[in-house]
Design a protein around this ligand. Sequence first.
Ligand SMILES: Nc1ncnc2c1ncn2[C@@H]1O[C@H](COP(=O)(O)OP(=O)(O)OP(=O)(O)O)[C@@H](O)[C@H]1O
Ligand SMILES: [Mg+2]
Length: 278
Amino acid sequence: MVTDPILELTGVVAGYGPLTILHGTSFTVQRGAITTIIGPNGAGKSTVFKTVFGLLPVRSGRILFEGTDITGETPRALLARGLSFVPQGRNLFPELTVRHNLELGGITLHHAGELQRRMRAVMERFPILREKADVQASTLSGGQQKILEIGRALLLEPRLMLIDEPSIGLSPILVKEVFAILQELRRRGVTILMVEQNARSALAISDDAIVLEQGRTALAAPAARILEDLRVGQLFLGGGVASAPRPDEIPLPGAATEGEPGGAVDARQALDDSRSGE
Ligand SMILES: Nc1ncnc2c1ncn2[C@@H]1O[C@H](COP(=O)(O)OP(=O)(O)OP(=O)(O)O)[C@@H](O)[C@H]1O
Ligand SMILES: [Mg+2]
């Protein structure tokens, strides 16, 4: 198999003050793919993104982007290199207009004409942003706000986009819309690395998947395989991949797992998309 890694983490250690969250995280992201990181709450998924994007210092290990060591680079330098980040939650300036929020994505563009050209291009791709250009961002629906955040992250024409929980708080129909946008970006050559709780829907549009547990890569495999493991109950997020029971040992929902009171079952249920009404 020909591989063309766009991002490589090797033994990355990072955390907050005295807390170490990433205990030597390693994985590779292939150019042109959609890769999804899944894992239980608190596994360190958002911490991986903050560390890759230079918002948290790397204590040891290294990060390569397109073969270049970017360990310790600032977010601004990374944006200029072609890496962008859409964080978890709401990240707009609610009082500013849609247009003004979008403009802020052009931070490293020094040529006003170029900024205007790219603004027009993003608005053409997402007509809702043109339609709403002059209204306050706070008046947009949750899905429209996410589209604005994605549009803003596209302003610098990144080659790799990190996107943390794009579907959170969105209705199932808007989740589909946002995922369709990610697929369209992939067709246009943008590599996507996302974190998603909506594991089944996300894996269905992904090429590769990474299971993160307690700050370590527990499993990295084609998304279809991980999806299948979720389906047959081989994968117990929160219960530990290594300790996942064989299919004939899968506890029934509601049954307590010895040593982990309900933990593994709860985690599996939390990942069941049926919860979100699909
Ligand atoms: N700013 C912070 N200061 C201290 N600890 C933090 C901070 N942010 C996160 N943590 C802790 O780091 C751990 C990993 O958090 P992180 O946000 O990376 O998890 P996650 O996998 O993204 O979880 P979730 O699925 O809930 O988004 C958690 O124990 C969390 O409490
Ligand atoms: Mg998170």
